[in-house]
Structures are given as structure tokens and as C-alpha cells.
Write a protein that binds this ligand. Sequence first.
Ligand SMILES: *Cc1c(COP(=O)(O)O)cnc(C)c1O
Length: 818
Amino acid sequence: MTEHTAPMSPTTPGEFADEIRKELKYTQGVTAEQATPADVYVATATAVRKHLVDSWASTQHDMVAGSTKAVGYFSAEFLMGKQLLNALLNAGLSDQFYDAVKELGFDVQDVIDSEYEPGLGNGGLGRLAACYIDSLASKGVPAFGYGIQYRYGIFKQEFDEQGAQVERPDYWLANEEPWGHIDYNRSQRVNYGGSVVEENGKKVWKPAWSVRAVPVDYMVPGYASGRVNTLRLWSAKSYDEFDLLAFNKSEYVDAVKPQVAAENISKILYPEDSTPQGKALRLEQQYFFVAASIQDAIRVFYPGEENPDLTTFPSKICFQLNDTHPVIGIPELMRVLIDEYGYDWDTAWSITNKSFNYTCHTLLPEALEVWSAKLIGELLPRHLEIINKINEQFVAELGTKTNDSAKIDRMRIVTDGEDPQVHMAYLATYGGLHVNGVAALHSQLLKDVTLRDFSDVYGDKFTNVTNGVTPRRFIRIANPRLSALITEGLGTDRWLSDLDMLEGLVPLAKDDEFVKKFAAVKQANKVAFSNYAKREYDFDIDPNTMVNSMIKRLHEYKRQSLKILSVISQYADIKSGKVSADDILPRTVVFGAKAAPGYKMAKLTIQLINNVARVVNNDPDVKGKLAVYYPWNYNIRLAQHLIPATDLDEQISQAGKEASGTGNMKFALNGAMTVGTLDGANVEIRERVGAENFFLFGMTVDEVEALYAKGYEPKSYYEADPRLKQAVDMVADGTFSEGDKGLYEPLVTDWLNKDYFMTLADFSAYMDIQGEIETLYREPLEWSRKALLNVANSGFFSSDRAIDDYLRDIWETGPLGE
Ligand SMILES: *Cc1c(COP(=O)(O)O)cnc(C)c1O
């Protein structure tokens, strides 16, 4: 290992400053005197890349020359966050950077702030992909992340005067982006449309149009592994052929049109997070990156070979399908093997079957992607034939396993009838070796409910890998104070690549002096966050209040409504004098969330939260007791600042709806206490940190199901709890809409008549646990002790552990050279 542990030898600060000066001069053409912080940022990034390039090259070389199977992580989203500090950390240059920038006469914060955060993902699913490629590199496992370099990432969120969400395009490539290397020499052709003809007894696809997929490569440096993997994001360009063809006919405008259409493919990330949009462009995107990536993998592992022996393909690389978005890869690999390399169906199937595994990220049946066969046929006619044939083979195979024809019917990959539909999750389950859920409860529910028929017949395929988050970004970089204290407590910083070592902090929870240091770290982080919020948002957050955060995509199932109704109730109690001034625990509630632009209820909830904030924060009666803030444009950067400063985090989804959650893990690892339901990974977090160190409330999955079965009537809960009635009435009566009783009508009507996610049914339990929370918070030492035990017992939620699970149970591979 040693030869790999240090990427290009660490430099002194003075040498690193010289390297930055050189980049400024020879790459950017400015002197250190002329340079702006943005110039220094670009120069530093360029210099760091040079430190990593040898390890990058040797990792590629060893991967292709060696016999360790690689992993291709296929994901429509990679929510990477800013790269500079992560690259510096993994290149072993963090300290040198701080000193070098000072030597050059710049403010380190200004340089860091010059980096623009790429938003190539919506939320948890995209961030998970980013954590996993970080852990793969840190373990020295050869891997590619494969995805799309969208020109516009997730929209930039602003709020208007009325507190409503406004979406602005996020043109993240407007300024120099020093991390991605565009490699025109390794582009791939991706075909669409046309028809399939028979030639010499062979099926031949005659596509109507093509797009050029150009890879943009990002280095993915491992922490302390000396390995650097690749994130290859494809960008769509047009082929000039279009122009030439049409010029002959002098149809210039018609020639330009397909060019625009081609480049549209990688133009925008769909701002959805759990419901599919039945749009052709989305399927074009999915096929685009998957087709390019499969060709790329063959090129990488069989360099220069005209007739590669692709029966060895599954021993070279296996593909992980991050949700259903890349599932079209299964028929694509079949097509490549049969049509382009001449393999027979059975051989192709055997190779394909071993090459794919599928991670399911949802329990909401409406979030499982389904495409109309008609659309697939228009866009990918050969693939539709292959999918139909896979379906026939599947139905025949099912016939040998069960006599239950209704069940076989339910399981069909392609439905019968006039307008057949293709179930991508079913295709993925049948077409690959393994299917995994993302938390123990989720995997169980997948087997029992969502994919029950499949688990009956193909039980062996099903497994669980509980999600994880990378401790490098979410502890070391986000929370340097806590990191230093952990290192002090454990006497080593090896915990950063072996997070189970955090258990060594358990005995220190009995040491009052250590617990006080831990509390001081939290307090310093709160002051730092307050300063950050002032600078970025002009908020006046009092760091001496409890910081209570709820940050995640805005979705009804996550139940931001429950939180805001409770805030309204607390506000009403303080106003009415129902609680005396001495009994009030000062609290700052912080929300962060984007809503999909077409999701009306979610957007109205945002508006309600903003207006509750406006009313509460301007009311002298509650000043110093309750405050509500909603920093706009929640992203990784905000997460990195807010999570370390949070005392209490909210994981309050309706039980059975959150597949895992990873926000919950980030909070526990940063010493926040969680109030939450028995949902997703909350279950495992609570098991590990101890029931006495977790604020549990609300219905269980079984209770939720029983209530649905019995017939849920939200109004009865509204009538039964005066606190709830008062809060809902205040939303209805215009308190938070300057007297306008119509504004929140859709929300109120939904709460009282439908409330599918049972916000009202869980309200009383949620309010009741607040007393317990406040009692504990009034004992600062005891609170901090419990928060410290959350840190100490959450090592399991490292993405390194999750990757170990994948390596052992799914990919059957490991670090290079072992
Ligand atoms: C971790 C993270 C998420 C996921 O949060 P959940 O609470 O698990 O939904 C979403 N967005 C960002 C920016 C994150 O860092």
C-alpha cells in the first residue's frame, strides 16, 4: 500500500504558493498582484489537480492491467458539492493551502467562496452517489461514476415578496470550472429513433439521428488511499454530419434544428425528486448516458481490441443502477452484445444478468418509473424488441416457478393491453443479480409490499445496504472543531477512514470535562453559523437559543407541515400567555428546502413557512423566545454550515415513506439530537445510539396501515386536540396571509379532508414530545452527553461501511491489487 498512500509528495506552504503563482501566470495569464480571489481559486484548483494526476494515471493503469473487478456507478445525479477543500484534504495539502493563500496576500474564505457549487442532483439520491464514489476511491476500489454533465443543474431558489418560491436557472458553467476535463478524443456516438430492418436474417437498427456524447472527467481522489478514480459525466454535442447533409439540400434552418435538439439532451436536470415525468427528453437523457457509458467501459477494458471476448466482461466491471433512471442499460447491453458483437441471445443474457445490480430508492409506488412501450418504440425501436423478448422469456420462466397466473400477470415487465407499459423496476429486478433497499426497514418493506411478488419468486436477489455518508466532507470539512476534538479524544485521526473508531468516545461521555469541550464546540459552531447567516442572508440568529433544523426536499411525506403547525402552536401559546415567560425555552427554527416547480402543495407550504417566519420574527411579544428562518436555496454548502450548529434535527416523515434518509446520519454524526418517527434509517440510528438518546414519537408503519384500513378521518384529530385546531384555524383565518383567507385554502382543505400522510394524526404525539426535549435541553450537560453518544455510536453510518456491504454482498470485489 505504501507506494500509493501519498499522492505527489507534500509540498511546503512556500512551494505551494509558488505553484499557485505559476498557474496564475502560465495558465491564467495574470500576476499575483493582478489576481482576484477567483483567480487564486482557479489556480489552486489547477495546482491541486497536478498533485493528483500521477495517482489518477496509476489507478487507471492498475485497474486495466490488474484483475480486480471495477464498479461502474450509474446515476442520473451526482450532487458533489464544492471540490476545493475536499481535493486539498485528499491530496494532503490542506495546511499548505491556508498558509500559501495568506502568503499570497488573500483571504482564505474569499478564495473558498469563489467556487460555485455544482447542483447536478436534486437531493439525497444524488448526494448518496457522491458519497459512494468518495468512499470507493478512499477504499482503493477501482470505480467510475457515470452520469450527465447537465448545463443547468437544480434551479436556484429565491423567495418573492409574498414568500413564494421563485426558480431561477442555475448556469453553473458561467464561470471557469477548473475540475472537469473535457475529452473530445474519447467521445461516443449515441443513436436514436428510426427503425429495425432484417438484413441476412439479422436485425439491424437504422437510427434516424445521433448525438455525440463527450466525456467530462472529474478526478475523485480517495482519502489516504493514494488512489484517484474518475467521475465521467457526459455532455451532449451535435455531429456536423447533420449540417453537411442538409447544406446539400440548402435547408440550413432544418440542419440547425437537430443540432439544438442534440445539445438539449444534457441541458437540464429534471427538478423532480420522487415522481417521474413522462417526458421523451427524460428517456433520451437516460439512454444517452447509459449507452455512452457501456461503450466507454468496453473501450477502457478491452483497449484497441477489434473482437474482444466479452464473456469476461462481468469480471472486469459491474454496473450499479442508482434507482430506475439507468435501467435502459439492461436492454442496451443486450443490443450491443447481440447486434454489434454477434453473441447469441443466451450468452448475451448471461453476461448482462451478471453485469447489473439495482438499488431501489422508494416505497411510493407512483415513484417507480414506467414508460409507455410506444414511446420506447419511437425512440429506441430495437430496445423495445429486446425488452419484449426479455418479457417473454421472463413470463415463461415464471410459468415454471408458480401456477399463480394472476401473480404472473402482475409481474409482467411489459403489461398486456392496448397501450402497453414497461416497468423499469421489474426489468431491473429480473435483469440484474441483486436488488437492494437503502435501510433495513425499507428493504423489508420492499420485500413485503412494493416488490412482494418478485421477492416471493426471486427471494435470493434481495438484500439491504443501509445508506451512509462520507465523514470526510460531513465531519472533517464541515466541522473542523468537532474533528479536532474527536482526534484529541481518540488520540489519532485514523477514525476518518475507520469511523467505527468513534465508539472510542463512549467512555468519554462519562467525563464531564470532555462533555463540556464537546458543548463548547457546538456553541462555537452556532456562533459561526450565526455569522454566516448574517453575511449570506442578513439573518439575526441568536446563537444562545436552541437551533432546531429541518433541511431536506419539500415533500408532503416528509411533513414540513407538521413542523410548521407545531411552530404556530408554540407561537400561539407564547402570545396568549398560556406558557409563562420563564417556561419558554428560546428556540430558533431553521428550514431549508426546495420544492419541485410543479408541486403546488409543496410550494404553498414554502409560502406558509416564510409567512409564519415573517409574522413570528416581527412580533415583539415573542422576541427572544421563538424565531423562524428559512435560508433560501438549500444546498450542500448550507448543509455543511448548518448541520454542525444544530442542536435538534427533524426526521418526521410518515412511517413507511422515507426510504432511508441521509440527512439524519449527517446530524447524528455532528452531535445533534434527533426528533423522529420510526422510519427509514431513523430505526437503525435509534438502535445504535440508544432509545434514551433519541426523541421518538408518532405512529409506526403498522399503525399507519391499520389507520388507512380503518378509514382515516383527519377532522376527528382536529376536533380532538385544541392545540391543533388553533394552529389550523390560524392558517385558515389569514393570520399568516395579511387577512387573506383564500391563500392557504388548498392546504387547509387537504389537512382536514385528506391528509394522506397523516400529519394531523401525529400532531399530538409530536407536541407532547416537545416537553421532553425542552426538559433535557435545560440540563446542558446531560443534553451534550447524549448528543456526544449520538456521535460515538453513529460510525456505522459512514459511506465506507455501506461500500463494504456492497463489496461483500453485491459486487464481490475489493481494493485494487488485493
Ligand atoms: C444530505 C442531503 C440531502 C438528503 O437529506 P434527507 O434529509 O435525507 O432527505 C438533500 N440535500 C442535500 C443538499 C443534502 O446534503
